[in-house]
Write a protein that binds this ligand. Structure first.
Ligand SMILES: [Zn+2]
Length: 130
């Protein structure tokens, strides 16, 4: 999951700083609801012997159906081409055609020029989460 596209990362209030391994806030590791497991030792799930595990497969299926992206495809791309190339590709894929801002994968809205619509949609998103 590219944190840069996540609703919780993009929002202005109570913003998540991203869960990339090793990052800490006030000396504590970041706790992210999206983070799959505590077993992972490396930076990416593909470094794990269980990759792709059942919980990743479930997450991947949900994201493919709901949000038009695949965590497993992303991980395989990073494994083959590296994080830098992946992020460049993501930048293109999720860039707003109107303003160049970033489109959130969870809402399909640009956090720069579609803030009004985002506020309307926020309630719907919360319902979906439960
Ligand atoms: Zn925009």
């Amino acid at each position: 999951m590219n944190c840069g596209l996540c609703l919780h990362y993009l929002r202005a209030e109570n913003k998540c700083p991203g869960c990339y391994t090793g990052r800490k806030v006030n000396g504590k590791p970041i706790k992210c609801g999206r983070r799959l497991c505590q077993e992972r030792k490396g930076d990416f799930c593909f470094e794990c012997g269980k990759f792709p595990c059942d919980s990743l497969k479930r997450l991947d299926k949900r994201y493919r159906e709901r949000y038009g992206m695949s965590e497993i495809e992303n991980l395989e791309y990073i494994k083959e081409h590296g994080l830098k190339k992946f992020l460049a590709k993501e930048q293109k894929k999720w860039q707003c055609p109107k303003c160049g801002g970033i489109i959130c994968c969870h809402t399909s809205l640009c956090f720069n020029c579609q803030l009004k619509e985002l506020k309307r949609k926020k309630k719907k998103y919360r319902r979906n989460e439960k």
